[in-house]
Design a binder for this molecule. Structure first.
Ligand SMILES: [Zn+2]
Ligand SMILES: [Zn+2]
Length: 374
């Protein structure tokens, strides 16, 4: 066992039950078993998913819950056996790290072994979402002074030149965006449109910029989000409050030499965006849905239009460790190019976790973080 052994307790923010206000509770820090480590949380990302968890909108979630599936910090203590990064290098006390929130897929079900779609494994174990705070090791969410990293957790080093704010700024949005563009690859010189300039939409726009898209159009209703998208390099913006569908179609055709965007990504969470996206994408283009993480209802669609346009339609669910790893590499390799730290617009102490959720709910923040040790 290495590291500071004097820490025996950790304060954590707990959602006692769906729709109940957050309470701060104190937990014993359990003894570290072989293969485990204790993370001192510097920043926990506040995510839209956390608001859904607060409102009880996700199935299979054990309450009382310590939320927080996005966290960065330092390794405070390591259990009785050495642990390694994915490249085999040994993890040391004091290392600056993050980790993939999905700590276990079962590697024995149909989806893991045959279909090779681990994000659909029904036995996934996810920090801050499916893990039970009433059972060992209790400290299972980022809204906490310490997180107990159970054996098998995929821990990823944060490079020295990337600050904790920079590392948390992209939350789980960049891994999701990387998964989306892996499913529907971008190529140099294409015309890309992104519906939604929230975290996932912004990350897709950044990836389009890095890839060398000819044009990148962000579509949203919030002027401040479109302004941020411009700062991160999108070439065009369309505000859906200031334009109607026909005007958006026309504008996108003009931007792309008369044909419409080659790829449209949906990252809005609004079901109405999908039939619109089908209208916007060019004939023979690709439409990718990645913003419908909660059920926002049913909409009318015209299958003939999709068929006639000869579209590739794709969807994406969750992210794998490779996407989290690539996300950290993407930040590190483009740290001078994009003002990642500026995305962290709100920070809260642990005692203010309820306020953090409300800020996220009201979409006042680009990225809100909780700093449990402040
Ligand atoms: Zn499985
Ligand atoms: Zn998230």
């Amino acid at each position: 066992m290495t590291g500071d052994l004097t820490i025996v307790k950790s304060r954590a923010a707990v959602i006692p039950a769906p729709n109940a206000s957050i309470e701060i509770r104190e937990f014993e820090v359990p003894e570290l078993v072989p293969g485990s480590a204790l993370l001192k949380v510097a920043n926990a990302g506040v995510c839209g998913t956390d608001v859904h968890l607060w409102h009880g909108k996700l199935a299979g979630v054990p309450y009382p819950l310590i939320p927080g599936h996005e966290a960065v910090g330092t390794i405070e203590r390591i259990g009785p056996s050495p642990i390694s990064y994915l490249n085999g290098q040994e993890i040391k006390v004091g290392d600056r790290v993050t980790f993939h929130d999905v700590t276990k897929t079962c590697f024995s079900c149909y989806y893991c072994l045959i279909a090779k779609t681990p994000t659909k494994c029904p036995n996934r174990v996810v920090y801050g979402i499916t893990m039970d705070s009433t059972k060992f090791p209790h400290l299972i969410g980022g809204y906490s002074e310490y997180v107990y990293l159970i054996p098998g957790t995929h821990i990823i080093r944060v490079p020295d030149h990337v600050s904790f704010d920079g590392a948390i700024s992209v939350g789980c949005a960049l891994p999701t965006a990387i998964h989306a563009v892996t499913r529907s690859p971008m190529k140099h010189g294409l015309n890309v449109a992104v519906q939604g300039a929230g975290p996932v939409g912004l990350m897709i726009a950044i990836l389009a910029k890095i890839t060398g898209a000819a044009t990148i159009t962000s579509i949203d209703q919030a002027p401040n989000r479109l302004e941020v998208a411009r700062r991160f390099g999108v070439t065009h913006t369309l505000n859906i409050r200031e334009t109607d569908l026909e005007e958006r179609k026309q504008a996108l055709r003009e931007i792309s030499d008369g044909h419409g965007p080659d790829i449209v990504y949906e990252a809005t969470g609004n079901a109405l965006a999908v039939p619109e996206g089908i209208e916007l994408v060019r004939e023979g283009g690709t439409y990718t849905i990645c913003g419908q993480y909660t059920d926002s209802g049913t909409v009318e669609m015209n299958p003939h239009l999709m068929n006639r346009k000869h579209l590739d339609i794709r969807t994406v669910w969750g992210s794998e460790t490779t996407h989290v790893y690539q996300a950290i590499r993407t930040i590190a390799n483009n740290y001078d190019r994009f003002p990642f730290e500026d995305l962290v617009t709100h920070s809260f102490k642990l005692d203010e976790a309820q306020k953090a959720l409300e800020t996220q709910r009201d979409q006042k923040s680009l990225k809100a973080v909780i700093r449990p040790h402040e």
